[in-house]
Design a protein around this ligand. Structure first.
Ligand SMILES: Nc1ncnc2c1ncn2[C@@H]1O[C@H](COP(=O)(O)OP(=O)(O)OP(=O)(O)O)[C@@H](O)[C@H]1O
Ligand SMILES: [Mg+2]
Length: 221
């Protein structure tokens, strides 16, 4: 992102002069008060919103020059865990997790799917329906779905929102593992304890949205 500005419906700027570079292997936290624009910034990063000013480049291409197909390709390289995770409630967990493969027209490798569900510790819940899952199980299913296409970048929006501490840390462990395997990870959260606990394990940059701009949060966390 270079000098990016954004306001909804052309209204007042919510984000202004945001410059940010996400490189492979980097771990970023994005923090800031409720309503400061964390979700909005993530949506700009996966081209769900277009900037009002400035430029966003992804994988060497300017988003402004991208057609629908290019955007679809970009989305395959960016895995998103949404703040309010939605599933198709009539389909079992395994099928929900595999959905991005089906949408991308890719073959579902059942062994790989089984491994992925094992990784997020949902092997027992593979045939369950989403409404039968606990909050932590839902978030882990959402993470599995976000990474099934082996994205280069993972954007997680308050992934531990309604989880207790142990489950939050378990989910963070999965994100740390992904990061250690070379993927860029960005986690939006207002939970400073979560940031501190994660920083003890991985070199994470903490960015904060304050007064429309993006600042680097220092040791004052
Ligand atoms: N689709 C939309 N249309 C108009 N305004 C919006 C839209 N989505 C969000 N906003 C507004 O933009 C501001 C930033 O919202 P955003 O969801 O990015 O904040 P956030 O930092 O993610 O907050 P939270 O911590 O509560 O998730 C809020 O004032 C919100 O009301
Ligand atoms: Mg949000």
């Amino acid at each position: 992102m270079q000098d990016v500005g954004f306001g909804y419906h052309g209204g007042a700027e919510l984000l202004s002069n945001v410059t940010l570079s996400l490189q492979p292997g980097m771990f970023h936290f994005l923090t800031g008060p409720s309503g400061s624009g964390k979700t909005t910034l993530l949506r700009l990063l996966y081209a769900d919103l277009l900037p009002s000013s400035g430029r966003i480049q992804a994988f060497g291409h300017d988003l402004a020059d991208m057609g629908r197909d290019d955007i679809a390709t970009l989305r395959r390289r960016v895995g998103v865990v949404h703040q309010d995770t939605q599933f198709l409630d009539h389909l079992p967990v395994a099928e929900n997790v595999a959905l991005p493969l089906n949408i991308a027209g890719q073959h579902v490798d059942m062994d790989a799917l089984r491994d992925l569900l094992g990784w997020v510790q949902l092997s027992q819940q593979a045939r369950a329906l989403p409404p039968e899952l606990s909050g932590g199980e839902r978030q882990r299913a959402a993470l599995a779905r976000a990474v099934i296409l082996s994205p280069d970048l993972i954007l997680a929006d308050e992934p531990t929102g309604n989880l207790d501490w142990d489950m939050s840390m378990r989910l963070m462990q999965l994100l740390i593992e992904l990061n250690k395997s070379g993927k860029a990870v960005m986690v939006a959260t207002h939970d400073l304890n979560l940031i501190r606990a994660t920083k003890a394990q991985v070199a994470a940059r903490v960015l904060r949205i304050a007064g429309k701009s993006l600042q680097s949060a220092g040791a004052d966390l």
